[in-house]
Write a protein that binds this ligand. Sequence first.
Ligand SMILES: C[S@@+](CC[C@H](N)C(=O)[O-])C[C@H]1O[C@@H](n2cnc3c(N)ncnc32)[C@H](O)[C@@H]1O
Length: 199
Amino acid sequence: MRRQTQAILLGGVVLAALLVALYAYSVTDAGLDTSPLPRPDVNAPFIRTPDQIVRAMLELAEPEPGEVLYDLGCGDGRIVIAAAKDYGCRAVGYDIDPQRVSEARENVRQAGLEDRVAIVEQDIFTLDLRPADVVTIYLLPRLNAKLLPRLRQLRPGARIVSHDFDLPGITPDRSIEINEPPRDVEHSLYLWTAPLRSE
Ligand SMILES: C[S@@+](CC[C@H](N)C(=O)[O-])C[C@H]1O[C@@H](n2cnc3c(N)ncnc32)[C@H](O)[C@@H]1O
């Protein structure tokens, strides 16, 4: 009888530990926005590029004063702000989410860059990319694939830099891996120059 009680108690402890682990996992996971995207075929979730990775993306693209950089899905505007501030170029950030657009506009205003940075609420799949000298993206593989026909229209010499995801079937000029301390997260960056070369 005592053995049976011990077994029941042990089972209870194991079950409780499992429930605690399950709860901890769900709370940790909640750090990411896992809510379903309204239009998964044309939307990517909002995840910020860390500042040191933004700097590395811009070092790859090397925007020049007088050039125009587009960030497709600009989030809080950190890439367009850094591009205008550190490289003296003009920059346009496009985002479909009105909350991101107002956040990015406020960040541009606080940085005093309203004369060189515009934030536009627009679906990136409706854009004419031909005026851009540099295009930055941090989207998803299926969105990158869907963007390809528009990226192929870029003028010769225009650069594309992508955070974490490549362009399917297109050979990059460069690809690098960067570690992000202190989180110890690896980021992949890709650079292409138009016209795009198929593999
Ligand atoms: C991963 S975040 C990248 C934010 C920013 N570029 C960065 O690197 O920090 C992707 C952004 O793209 C926006 N987005 C997703 N689908 C879009 C679409 N079809 N048109 C415009 N913006 C889109 C999201 O609202 C989100 O802000």
